[in-house]
Design a protein around this ligand. Sequence first.
Ligand code: SF4
Length: 528
Amino acid sequence: MRAEGIETVRRILCVFPRYTSSFGTFEYAYPLTDGVQAFMPPQGLLLIAAYLPANWPVRFIDENIRAATTEDFEWAEAVFVSGMHIQRQQMNDICRRAHAFDLAVAIGGPSVSACPDYYPSFDYLHVGELGDATDDLIARLARDPSRPAQQVVLQTADRLEMTRFPIPAYELADIKRYFLGSIQYSSGCPYQCEFCDIPGLYGRNPRLKSPQQITAELDKLLECGVTGSVYFVDDNFIGNRKAAVDLLPHLIEWQKKTGYVMRLACEATLNIAKRPEILEKMREAFFVTIFCGIETPDPDALKAMQKDHNMMVPILEGVRTINSYGMEVVSGIIMGLDTDKPETGEALLAFVDESRIPLLTINLLQALPKTPLWDRLERENRLIEDDSRDSNVDFLLPYDQVVDSWKKCMEVAFEPEKLYARYQHQVDFTYANRIKVPVTPEQKTWANIKRGLIMLRNIFWKIGVLGDYRKVFWKFALPRLKHGDIEGLISVAMIAHHLIMFARLASVGQHNASNYSIRLREVSVPAE
Ligand code: SF4
């Protein structure tokens, strides 16, 4: 649904801030693609854009693709911004630029909802999810779009049911410039891991869209030109297991109908390994990747962070089970936990070897507001506000020791030989278990073939000829070519290249040890 009953017309400029380099956004892979410039279409801002009154013209700009221009600001009557903590400085910068045009600026999304005080200059703070605060904001702008005399905080008390969410306005985004497509089925998570802000922000009782909404969204993504991978951004795909079971047959049907042009990915807790009935259906729906927050292989640490549900099956067994349904596990790992010991880095590298997981996001612990971790560390006087550090946590081990251990893990885990060996394992023991999707006319379009050829050319030239790890690459690539597995080759080569490049710089201190740290993010850089 849209906001209704508003006669006045307002022109709204929605601006999504630029990310800075991060392990999880794959930017070292972009030069190998056919023009990708950004990670995923931002769900929140495109959702708000779709919710605005039908007669309000909306422009959407993702500054990862291009910066908002003078002409954009002159066109607009008000500006909407949304983003995560890591984009805080960029969001404040967009506000400053919009104010130069005397425009009212509203901010919504996860960062302002958790930390309104990060955004003192904005005119409107939209705290919480889509709901009565959104209607209030729209009504106020309809009455008067000029800047209010002082900041107005609008907090959602009554959230809009997700079944009434409109389809995000994907048509406003330059969808082909994104590395992945994105979609959201549910919000919230029933668990309460100590470090996580999801239950605090979105609740413990997952709210849901309907399966029909999801297939309609997939139709729209397809219409807008998404092929390749689509990521369910839900915090936990099995947060409501029954809902996952209800959705999967619809996804299977949709994939059959549209010719399997999309490979699906999601985030889920590792105890999904105990649910063969769900895994089997995910396999049929062509889910190829699951991000699991494994966090640590140390059972004591899992207990301490209230993530015991990761131990419902032995971790390695859980990973193997998921692999046996054709899905690669991507793992989140945290270092700097109170339970860490001097030998934690070594143990983690042994786990990487044993699990054969190629892609692990290894981060230093960061305390986020609205989490039990934050509250505990505050009580213990162990929160440190110092932008020169990679974490705001006063670790029990010496800070330098933790950072050095992280650098060592990054360096060793993503050595080209080791990484490609893990990918070879995936080819043999995971990808081999995927359903054999029929080659359909939808996949063989000229646009898809051209895209594949461009990516292959880039990969062969930039990695196979110029790359300093080309020998390792060809050892993997030649058998793939022999098997005609071009798609598999492209996706592994692109991701591996990002991981190798990022880890090399990380191991010499040129990348942050935490996705949340702002140490290297001081300058707000609009897209050129
Ligand atoms: S299972 Fe995942 S989403 Fe849920 S509380 Fe834990 S870390 Fe957060």
